[in-house]
Design a protein around this ligand. Structure first.
Ligand SMILES: Nc1ncnc2c1ncn2[C@@H]1O[C@H](COP(=O)(O)OP(=O)(O)O)[C@@H](O)[C@H]1O
Ligand SMILES: [Mg+2]
Length: 252
């Protein structure tokens, strides 16, 4: 689905990504973990066109998207969330989802996932899909609330729902569980696993090790720009380099 080859990003002298190569298989949840400052968010920025890489290549479904502008990459089917929430603060939750749906290029497979029946107009389809997404993300009671009035955790869940509304093939989430209470975390992880089970591909940056280990099919560990380890949760969690650099820090 996504493959990077010797991807490097430097900021002046600092190397945020140092010749990183790995791939994300379709229909999987792929975890991206590592200590703060390891280049995880930079990886998102470079693969989604918000920053140009210094060197290396980014491939999406056999297309070379290296250095493409972010709006073009989004239209090819990659959606992302940011560490901080982003939504239209003065629109209601439902209006946020309808607006995101209007930016969709191709709707048929999402309509399938959501079980939408055909609509007379595009606008009716967007409203139906907004309602189905409200349901799926457990946000029906907030449909008419302004996004800015939502509790913090619900705002973050809305961010994921908005990204999903654009019907991406690859959904990239940057610390979606940060700021959520334990009930919200369980709910969002269930939603994320449900998306994977429906065939979506997800790349997940997250510090919550329990959630990562339970949900991910594969995990890549970055450590200050270097790819430290790659494998299944079991492989990564018994990898000595990972334990020393990262998991040990958690356990300590
Ligand atoms: N726009 C930027 N300009 C300069 N340095 C940056 C920029 N973005 C990230 N960095 C640096 O790159 C390194 C990796 O940062 P980041 O990708 O945010 O790490 P992570 O998300 O893993 O915590 C850090 O040293 C950070 O200071
Ligand atoms: Mg980050």
């Amino acid at each position: 689905m996504l493959r990077v080859h010797e991807l490097t990003k430097r900021f002046g002298q600092a190397v945020a990504l140092n010749s990183v190569s790995f791939g994300i298989e379709p229909g999987t949840i792929h975890g991206l973990i590592g200590p703060n400052g390891s280049g995880k968010t930079t990886f998102f920025n470079v693969t989604t066109g918000f920053l140009a890489p210094t060197a290396g290549r980014v491939m999406f479904k056999d297309m070379d998207i290296t250095g493409m502008p972010s709006h073009k990459i989004a239209r090819l089917g990659i959606a992302r969330t940011f560490q901080n929430t982003s939504n239209y603060a003065n629109l209601s939750v439902r209006e946020n989802l309808v607006t995101a749906a209007r930016n969709r290029i191709e709707t048929s497979w999402l309509a399938n996932i959501l079980g939408l029946r055909s609509a007379r107009t595009e606008e009716e389809m967007h409203r139906k899909s907004a309602d189905a997404i409200l349901e799926r993300f457990g946000m029906r009671e907030f449909a008419s609330s302004l996004a800015c009035d939502l509790p913090g955790g619900t705002q973050k869940i809305l961010g994921v729902a908005i990204a999903f509304s654009t019907a991406p093939r690859l959904l990239m989430l940057d610390e979606p569980l940060a700021g959520l209470n334990s009930g919200e975390k369980v709910r969002l992880m269930e939603i994320i696993r449900g998306l994977r089970d429906d065939g979506m591909t997800l790349l997940l940056i997250e510090h919550d090790m329990k959630a990562i280990m339970q949900a991910c099919d594969r995990i890549t560990v970055l450590c200050y720009g270097d790819l430290l380890a790659e494998g299944t949760p079991a492989e990564v969690s018994r990898n000595p380099a990972t334990i020393q650099a990262y998991l040990g820090e958690e356990a300590a």
